[in-house]
Design a protein around this ligand. Structure first.
Ligand SMILES: NC(=O)c1ccc[n+]([C@@H]2O[C@H](COP(=O)([O-])OP(=O)(O)OC[C@H]3O[C@@H](n4cnc5c(N)ncnc54)[C@H](O)[C@@H]3O)[C@@H](O)[C@H]2O)c1
Length: 332
């Protein structure tokens, strides 16, 4: 397959490296409005074609798919143009900066019968895959609560708020693990340093099956934290992205065992299970390499990727409601 990548800023070079190294990608074409970025990438990956005119890629009949790594407010126009030219699209997260545009892209992709994949890299993280597989293989009771903390000091730039900057990652993990979309969305947030831009926020979600979730994102924390807790009736998962692979995902096989007391009249006597503490073995692979490979496979096999347009749309819907709720309630 021949691939065109548009946008070689901070994140784009990582995508170039992974498409370049994937044997299914035959030829790579790259575009950025800035000459300097093209010189930089050409030096790193000799043999790729570069241009400052993205239309050259969008209109090139030899290109099968377009990868979009430009700022979020440009995703819609580039994606619609690529789809109109019968190309599959891989769009960096978040899919768009509003739900209407996300709908338009996904509807048009269906009409054009083309794949839309969204850059939800954590859906390909070995840690998330390990949790998903562990729940399935061990036939544990369903996960019923998700609580995450993605907090660090300061934004990359304050053109978007902390909800749009950090929460896409937690939301894509949450929706993938729960395999369900929320019917209740609430949020609380504030602006402490970034004058009118939310820099500390909590999102609360409820699901039709009574599952629940809480996501805390912040630019106010001196300590970088990437932590997710997952509860199910048999125990808890603790997933800490900052730890070494051996320590990243731990399952505490310890729940409240009320089976023993169910027939007893002494209702207050709860028994606590004392199972093992299990460090999950993570599958191998770099998340971005796995994500790129999945996109290329979904095109050749004509199947929807796990990071498809529908989950991309749902992430945008939740981000929009959460961000607006914070503004409407005049928290910022
Ligand atoms: N998956 C991840 O973990 C991850 C991490 C960082 C960023 N991202 C996403 O990647 C995207 C890009 O983010 P970034 O931080 O690299 O942004 P950036 O501002 O550093 O880079 C964007 C690049 O796009 C170029 N550009 C803008 N409009 C263009 C156009 N019409 N044609 C060609 N080039 C154009 C700019 O010149 C710039 O070089 C965003 O959607 C962002 O959310 C994803």
């Amino acid at each position: 397959m021949n691939i065109g990548i548009i946008g070689i800023g901070y994140w784009g070079p990582n995508l170039v490296r992974n498409f370049y190294n994937n044997p299914k990608c035959k030829k790579l074409f790259v575009s950025d409005l800035r000459e300097g970025r093209l010189e930089y990438i050409k030096n790193l990956f000799p043999g790729i074609s570069v241009t400052t005119d993205p239309n050259q890629l969008l209109e090139d009949k030899n290109i099968d798919a377009i990868v979009i790594a430009t700022p979020v407010n440009t995703h819609k126009n580039i994606a619609l143009q690529a789809l109109a030219n019968n190309k599959h699209v891989f769009i960096e997260k978040p899919l768009t900066d509003n739900y209407d545009d996300a709908n338009e892209i996904v509807d048009f992709s269906k009409k054009q019968k083309k794949i839309v994949a969204v850059g939800h890299i954590f859906q390909f993280s070995p840690s998330v895959t390990a949790i998903k597989n562990f729940v399935r293989e061990k036939e544990l009771g369903e996960l019923f609560h998700f609580s995450s903390q993605r907090i660090n000091l300061g934004p990359p730039h304050a053109s978007i708020d902390v909800v749009w900057d950090l929460a896409p990652h937690d939301l894509s993990i949450l929706l993938y693990l729960f395999d369900e979309y929320p019917d209740r969305i609430n949020a609380y947030g504030e602006s402490r340093w970034w004058n009118g831009v939310t820099d500390n926020a909590h999102i609360f979600l409820g699901f039709p099956s009574k599952k629940s979730a809480h996501i805390h994102v912040s630019w106010l924390s001196s300590n970088k934290t990437r932590r997710i807790l997952l509860f199910n009736k048999d125990g808890n998962f603790e997933y800490d992205e900052t730890k070494s692979d051996e320590q990243k995902v731990i399952f505490y096989d310890k729940g409240i065992d009320n089976r023993i007391d169910q027939k007893s009249s002494e209702k207050t006597k709860l028994q606590y299970g004392v199972g093992e503490v299990k460090k999950l073995l993570l599958p191998k692979g770099e998340p971005l390499a796995l994500e790129v490979d999945s996109f290329l496979n979904s095109i050749t096999d004509e199947v929807e990727p796990i990071n498809n347009g529908e989950i991309g749309k749902e992430v945008v819907r939740i981000l929009e409601i959460a961000s607006q709720t914070i503004k409407e309630k005049a928290y910022v």
